[in-house]
Design a protein around this ligand. Structure first.
Ligand code: MLT
Length: 257
């Protein structure tokens, strides 16, 4: 069962973190939203304080989404708004596909519906092997310089916080996520069927998932709202915490129940 934090009262929103991070990245948004909403932030399987999925299953976004659904069952939450950052967005899409009746709204934060290209998938497999040999610091070192907008380097406390979560992640869980991301399906074909209030939040300067990936989703999802945060990279919830909270609060305000 996933480890999580839950606080506040009102309609439930679940915030899913990205790769290979933890629920800690959402701290500002939790503080900002829990006056009006019940905010649930799980650690995804094997990351943060959550246990890994049992060995043997094929790594997949669907398996991770099932864990989030199990957490909703445990909390007695029939329906929730689900926001995912980057890989958390891939999990949110898998959850929506598994159980659309349990999703009242969808927010994709610095995320995408595109699958990996064959080259990207191959790169993930190579990284997974390196992580098992040399540890998760490999991922922290590779991603750190690309996470934030230019000007936020290793001297910045947010940079240090994000990369230290990454470096401390369990290598087996990092490998799991890499393989699950490499084999995730192309969700572009499904996006036209999303019929709940949808927010696409992009960072103008994101070099990990460029902002035009957001435009593809906005074009596909009926009524989706696009918010692009200027001067922001791949970590809007840390780089522009108030702007991110405001966008999420406006999206949640559009969800009736
Ligand atoms: C993430 O930030 O969750 C990952 O970088 C997403 C990805 O690599 O596709």
């Amino acid at each position: 069962m996933l480890t999580y934090t839950a606080g506040g009262a009102g309609p439930t929103v679940i915030l899913l973190h990205g790769f290979p991070l933890s629920r800690a990245i959402w701290d500002s948004q939790v503080r900002g939203l829990q006056g009006s909403f019940r905010v649930v932030t799980p650690d995804l399987p094997g990351l943060g304080l959550s246990p890994a999925l049992p060995d043997g299953g094929e790594p997949s976004m669907t398996a991770m989404a099932r864990e989030v659904l199990a957490l909703m069952d445990r909390l007695g939450v029939q329906k929730a708004a689900v926001a995912g950052h980057s890989m958390g967005g891939y999990v949110a899409l898998a959850l929506w596909k598994l159980a659309p009746e349990r999703v009242s709204g969808l927010a994709m934060v610095a995320s995408q519906a595109h699958p990996d290209s064959p080259e990207a998938a191959q790169g993930r497999h190579a990284t997974a092997e390196r992580v098992m040999k040399d540890g998760s610091g490999v991922v922290a070192a590779a991603m750190g310089p690309r996470l934030f907008a230019p000007g936020m380097g290793p001297e910045n406390p947010l940079y240090q916080a994000a990369t230290s979560i990454m470096a401390q992640s369990d290598p087996a869980a990092v490998r799991y996520c890499l393989l699950a991301m490499a084999s995730r399906e192309d969700f572009r074909q499904h996006m036209t069927q999303v019929s709940v209030p949808t927010l696409i939040l992009t960072g103008e300067l994101d070099v990990i998932i460029p902002a035009d990936r957001g435009q593809t989703m906005v074009d596909a999802v009926p009524g989706a709202e696009l918010v692009t945060l200027s001067g922001t990279g791949h970590m809007p919830m840390l780089e522009n915490p108030d702007g991110t909270t405001r966008a999420l609060a406006a999206w949640l305000g559009r969800i009736s129940g």
